[in-house]
Design a protein around this ligand. Structure first.
Ligand code: ATP
Ligand code: MG
Length: 464
């Protein structure tokens, strides 16, 4: 079996060249980890990682373009064309500090020794150039039976590196694997140690769960394990001089814990529409995050701060918040009995306030929610009608920003014989809305005539 079916051909071609160069240099070399696992599972392979007996300086000597990405741990990135390969010297890790990183790494001679340090059996399989597999922990059989199992004793492995617990939940969720009893017991016993892991690394796993193929399974596992409440982001900051263990144990009642608490305690009563989470596209990420957070009854005002505290990139935090706030603002019109033209005004107002893109993402999200019939029958019908109108209005709006207007603030100032002030900004926004609503063409003459009439009216009012 020497065919890869799940790898981009160019990436494979050059990856095999990297392997060959190492072999020709007199070293051992294997593809290893996620790529071997994904190929065995028939899942797309994203990158090819390589393990070798060559030492870092020998790796550097063999290739033209290298980056010493993790040289102290034995990892060198080899660049080939537009692809990058992480080449790591066989190693074992001894003694871990703070449940998160090895105190020292020691290079070893054999691939089986290297595989022993890896987290799960399915991630501990190596593959040679000719397709031969080295699989000392029966990873293949676990993959076949869809079982998640640690290499070695689960308790020890989670104690060494507490992030592995989050990875366990992630893999169980994204692959639909069942954790073996001993793994789950070790996770329940060791979950408190997640507090040693940097928020950013926990967040990365959380993202892979929520943006993965079965987010609800991952969320259910998080809920059942209670793991997330021990995340750093849900803890009090460690007080100077205080005993770190006791300080970190109890979740506190501040904004950071909102997501966690609701995940743990509220999801059983989550609205129907949370079930639509897996049907939403994964890009932009805000589509899924907005639905999840709203499903946990987190308001638009809270969203951005909460996600930023969890170290999400600003863009994701802001886009997610905008989708939630858009939904809240548009949703508020449900309770009012508005004529169609007033509804249209409201929509276009919002589309200008939030921008075309956010409105479009909201429409995408709404279309999927409607497919799932998540509303009661009557609301479903009304929402479907409102949705068709909104889609039409979304298309109609031809202008979203002041610079797109045919006149500038300076033009308006010039014909109004008033000193500049806040009124100017207000008037410009009004012009934008008029044009967007189709009440004024986006042309200089008619817009300036409109400005003149407004200025005249204002002048009359002031002289009254
Ligand atoms: P993916 O890239 O799809 O998220 P992956 O398994 O490739 O999954 P990486 O983080 O890229 O995950 O790690 C590559 C390999 O390194 C893993 O397959 C595993 O063998 C090993 N590994 C990664 N993180 C750990 C860890 N915390 N403890 C032990 N081994 C790990
Ligand atoms: Mg990987």
């Amino acid at each position: 079996m020497n065919r890869w079916n799940q790898v981009d051909p160019l990436m494979l071609y050059q990856g095999e060249n990297v392997l060959r160069t190492l072999l020709n240099g007199g070293h051992q070399a294997f593809f290893v980890g996620g790529c071997v696992r994904d190929e065995l599972m028939g899942q797309p392979v994203h990158d090819l990682d390589i393990a070798t007996s060559a030492k870092p300086d020998e790796i550097i000597g063999l290739f033209e373009r290298t980056v010493p990405t993790g040289i102290q741990h034995g990892t060198i990135t080899v660049l080939m064309g537009k692809h990058a390969y992480e080449v790591t010297t066989f190693r074992k890790e001894s003694e871990y500090a703070d449940h998160r990183h090895p105190l020292s790494v020691e290079f070893v001679d054999a691939i089986t020794e290297d595989l022993r340090r890896r987290d799960f059996t399915m991630n501990a399989i190596a593959r040679e150039l000719d397709g031969t597999l080295t699989d000392p922990f029966d990873g293949q059989s676990d993959i076949q039976r869809r079982i998640l199992r640690c290499v070695g004793v689960a308790e020890e492995r989670f104690d060494e590196d507490a992030l592995r617990m989050m990875r366990a939940v992630r893999f169980a969720s994204t692959f639909g694997f069942r954790p073996v009893k001993s793994l789950w017991a070790a996770l329940l016993a060791g979950r408190g140690k997640l507090s040693y892991i940097a928020t950013e690394r926990v967040r990365v796993e959380l993202e892979k769960i929520v943006l993965g193929p079965d987010p609800l399974r991952g969320l259910a596992l998080l809920q059942r394990s209670g793991l997330l409440q021990y995340a750093k982001a849900a803890q009090l900051p460690v007080k100077e001089g205080a005993d770190a263990e006791s300080n970190l144990r109890e979740p506190v009642d501040d904004k950071l814990t909102i997501l966690v608490r609701r995940l743990l305690h509220r999801s059983p009563s989550r609205p129907e529409w949370l079930k639509m989470l897996p049907l939403l596209p994964t890009a932009p990420a805000g589509l899924r995050w907005s639905l999840l957070l709203q499903g946990l009854e987190i308001s638009g005002e809270e969203v951005s701060g909460l996600l930023k505290n969890w170290t999400f990139p600003n863009q994701i935090a802001d886009e997610t918040a905008a989708i939630v706030r858009f939904d809240e603002a548009w949703g508020a019109t449900r309770a009012e009995l508005l004529e169609e033209q007033d509804l249209r005004r409201k929509w276009i107002h919002l589309q200008i306030e939030f921008g075309r893109e956010i409105a479009n993402w909201w429409l995408q999200r709404q279309a999927i929610l409607l497919q799932g019939s998540v509303y009661g029958e009557m609301v479903q019908q009304r929402e479907t009608e409102r949705m068709s109108l909104a889609m039409k209005w979304h298309q109609e709006v031809s202008i979203h920003k002041l610079p797109e207007l045919a006149v500038s603030g300076r033009d308006v100032l010039a014909i109004s014989s008033r000193p500049g002030g806040p009124w100017l900004g207000e008037l410009m926004k009004r012009l934008l809305l008029h044009v967007a609503l189709g009440e004024l063409p986006n042309e200089r003459r008619p817009i300036l005539e409109f400005v003149e009439s407004v200025v005249r009216e204002d002048g009359d009012k002031r002289s009254d």
